[in-house]
Design a protein around this ligand. Structure first.
Ligand code: 6GU
Length: 243
């Protein structure tokens, strides 16, 4: 997968080359390019924004600059099976399901807006040529899309084949079965008077699986009742319902 990010703060994206993502780059599993939007300005001030039509506070990012930048980064559509992602608090929610969907894209291009956003015609124009997603990472407002891109890229790349050492890590994540994951424990057996739940040391794999399932159900009911309510009707069996 190739990932392009267009931003006015390229250094904000430096963490894309750290840790798990950095290793994926070094191993050739992904290719990452970060582009400075101002490279596509023509005026001495390198202006990327202007005041909004209709008035109001803040500034809007100019469509001409974005158009030149994205034409150049995306390239001819014919040889570019790319998806365009525009992070915005006004977008649809980014979810694990969307992360999975994006893993089948050969290219992801992220357009980071700042200020009050990007002129809407940029999204409307590219939506005529390619899949475009306006996406939010949660119900709060960030200053720009850069941090959201870090979040989304990390969520997608860890799902790509070969990126995680143990594929079960992704398969058994929170959300993969629609539930939050229950608690985890390691040595020592007792820490500050707190013991590890004995069933985990019992060697009874069926009992361990049942216990983990019960803790996941309990935690999800307590912290995310909305997730429980959204499960398909056949997701819970009789033993689950007894929790
Ligand atoms: Cl994707 N961008 C910005 N600027 N704020 C956000 C967001 C994105 N998601 C939640 N808040």
């Amino acid at each position: 997968m190739r990932i392009d990010v267009v931003t006015i703060f390229p250094s904000y994206l430096a963490p894309l080359r750290e840790a798990l993502l950095g290793r994926a780059i070094d191993r050739g599993l992904i290719e990452v390019a970060v582009h400075d939007l101002r490279d596509w300005t023509h005026d001495v001030h390198q202006a990327v924004d202007d005041s909004p039509y209709g008035g109001g506070p803040g500034m809007v990012m100019k469509p001409q600059v974005w158009g030149e930048a994205l034409d150049s980064v995306i390239g001819p559509v014919i040889d570019s099976p790319a998806r365009l992602v525009v992070p915005t608090p006004a977008g649809r929610p980014f979810t694990q399901q969307l992360a999975h969907e994006w893993t089948s894209a050969e290219r992801l291009v992220f357009a980071c807006g700042r200020y009050e956003g990007i002129d809407q015609r940029v999204v409307d124009h590219y939506a005529q040529r390619m899949p475009v997603d306006e996406v939010s990472i949660g119900d709060y407002v960030l200053v720009g899309g850069e941090v959201a891109v870090l979040v989304m890229v990390e969520a997608v790349v860890r799902l790509l084949p070969g990126v995680l050492g143990n594929p079960r890590s992704a398969a058994e994540d929170s959300f993969s079965d629609g539930l939050l994951e229950g608690p985890a424990y390691t040595r020592p057996e007792v820490w500050r008077d707190l013991p590890v739940p004995p069933v985990l040391r019992s060697g009874d794999h069926a009992a361990v699986d049942r216990w983990r399932r019960d803790r996941a159900l309990e935690r999800t009911a307590r912290l995310r009742p909305d997730l429980l309510a959204a499960l398909p009707p056949d997701a819970l069996d009789e033993a689950d319902r007894a929790v």
